[in-house]
Design a protein around this ligand. Structure first.
Ligand code: GBH
Length: 479
């Protein structure tokens, strides 16, 4: 039953998990400490012009040294889970699976143990965009099939060393972003854009296979004894047809096939969507019989990162780049009448459209046989402003409204019958926002970059904390 009044914790199942999320390169810092090797982001971000404010993640928000303080915060706010990622080059400094860096293992052991001591469940991502640089340099990164076996070796070490305590594994974060921004547009590491009609599809292919190889290792060697679950995280904006015309509706469907079907179709149905095959021809790699066998490994859940929605229009002459040219679509934020799809946040791609998340969740449920889903990222940002007072950032009423509205839409999707198991807010802390550097703040907790990286919970953190404690009035009256 939909609630007329305030949203509350009891609109979600009792075993529904609420957590916060981060990723290694965005928060850890400690670039060269304790034997860590460089990743493609360490190299990419040192280059002039790649990062908006000329910054990098050398120190980031120093989570590597302050993880205890940060986990205390998660605990005090009342979250039950923490989604973080492991930096591959802390475990294997050059990416090759021959020498394990014990200090890297020790760091994640301490983090995991501290979380569990506080009653917080770790949800661990193996790959959130920080490929070991040596692996990139010597074999060609995600353009080479060789990375598949190296990733599987890395995954195996993580399962073997941490899997006695980690019961929720994510192989990859948003392979689409690596493919398009890393190998097509070049705004993300490794910064390639020369072969933007081909490389994104190759990079995606080997990420899908690396994912499948890691799942294969887990299912064969660890699952029975460790009893955990494993899945991957995809990002998907809702694609709303710009008009009721058939060509716009078809365009919106193509957009969904090219962003979500690209990754979930091989995993659930064994091959890419037919529309991709038709439009890409030989540019789209093929899965061999061995590959198809690997892909038979079932995943236990879909992780969905969702922030925003777009209007999709049929556009054979689009100027939005090769990726959209092949699809003959354009993404828009203004309706025919000229009004916006939602209010813009700080990032130019992030418009607040709460109803979109309900549609994506229902779409995944319908198309992929109602799999368990976690919303692994959702949130909005504020623009950094060095002249503004700290209170300007702490009093984040818009972020509270964002969470309320998106959570209400998630609760609706649960009532629609979608099997949603949990929700992770992005992000615990303000952090290194990739090509945007520190100019965007997504945190529930403010980080004071000018005063020793001190942490200050924003109003949204307090709101969340209260939400997690609250029961609806009628629940209380039943007690
Ligand atoms: C997530 O990606 C990431 O998983 C997370 O690490 C990140 O901090 C978070 O989003 C917030 O961005 O405007 O041309 O620079 C979400 C997908 C990918 C959407 C990058 C925005 C920026 C393109 N995002 N994209 S651009």
């Amino acid at each position: 039953e939909a609630t007329a009044g305030e949203l509350s914790r009891s609109d979600f199942p009792a075993n529904f998990v609420f957590g916060v999320a981060t990723s290694a390169y965005q928060v850890e810092g400690a670039r060269n400490e304790d034997g860590k090797g460089d990743s493609i982001w360490d190299i990419f971000s040192q280059k002039n012009g790649n990062i908006k404010d000329g910054s990098n993640g050398n120190i980031a928000v120093d989570h590597y040294h302050r993880y205890k303080e940060d986990v205390e915060l998660i605990s005090k706010l009342g979250f039950q889970a923490y989604r973080f990622s492991i930096s591959w080059s802390r475990i294997f400094p050059d990416g090759f699976g021959d020498k394990v860096n014990d200090k890297g293992i020790a760091y994640y052991n301490s983090l995991i143990d501290f979380l569990l001591a506080k009653g917080i469940q770790p949800y661990v991502t193996l790959y959130h965009w920080d490929l070991p640089y040596k692996l990139h340099e010597s074999v060609g990164g995600w353009l080479s099939e060789k990375v598949v076996e190296h990733f599987a070796m890395y995954a195996e070490i993580c399962f073997a060393r941490f899997g006695d305590r980690v019961k929720h594994w994510i192989t990859m974060n948003e392979p689409l972003q690596t493919a398009i921004n890393g190998y097509g547009i070049g705004i993300f590491a490794p910064g390639r854009k020369e072969n933007n009609y081909d490389e994104p599809y190759i990079a995606a292919h080997y990420q899908i296979l690396a994912h499948a190889a890691a799942v294969d290792v887990y299912n064969k060697k660890f699952k029975a004894t460790q009893g955990g679950e494993i899945g991957l995280v995809v990002d998907c904006e809702w694609a709303e047809a710009f008009s009721d015309e058939v060509h716009d509706k078809d365009a919106a469907q193509r957009r969904l096939d090219f962003q979500l079907g690209w990754f979930l179709d091989p995993i659930y149905f064994g091959d890419y969507p037919a529309v991709m095959r038709k439009r890409l021809g030989d540019k789209l790699p093929k899965f061999s019989e061995t590959h198809k066998e690997l892909l038979q490994n079932p995943i236990d859940f879909v992780g969905l990162n969702h922030y925003t929605s777009k209007l999709i229009v049929h556009a054979p002459d689009t100027t939005q780049g090769p990726f959209y040219k092949i699809q003959e679509i354009e993404r828009r934020v203004k309706r025919q009448a000229g009004d916006l799809i939602g209010e813009r946040a700080a990032s130019d791609w992030l418009y607040v459209v709460p109803w979109g998340i309900r549609k994506v969740l229902n779409y995944i449920a319908e198309k992929y046989r109602n799999p368990p889903i976690y919303v692994t990222e959702n949130g909005m940002d504020d623009e950094e402003d060095e002249t503004a007072s700290i209170d300007h950032f702490l009093n984040d009423q818009r972020r509270i409204q964002y969470f309320k509205d998106y959570l209400a839409a998630v609760a609706q999707a649960i009532r629609d019958g979608v099997d949603i198991r949990g929700y992770f807010a992005w992000s615990l802390l303000d952090n290194f926002e990739w090509a945007q550097g520190y100019t965007k703040r997504f945190g529930l907790v403010y980080v004071d970059y000018k005063n020793g990286l001190t942490r200050h919970p924003k109003s949204s953190a307090h709101w969340f904390s209260q939400f997690l404690k609250d029961k609806k009035d009628n629940d209380l009256s039943q007690n």
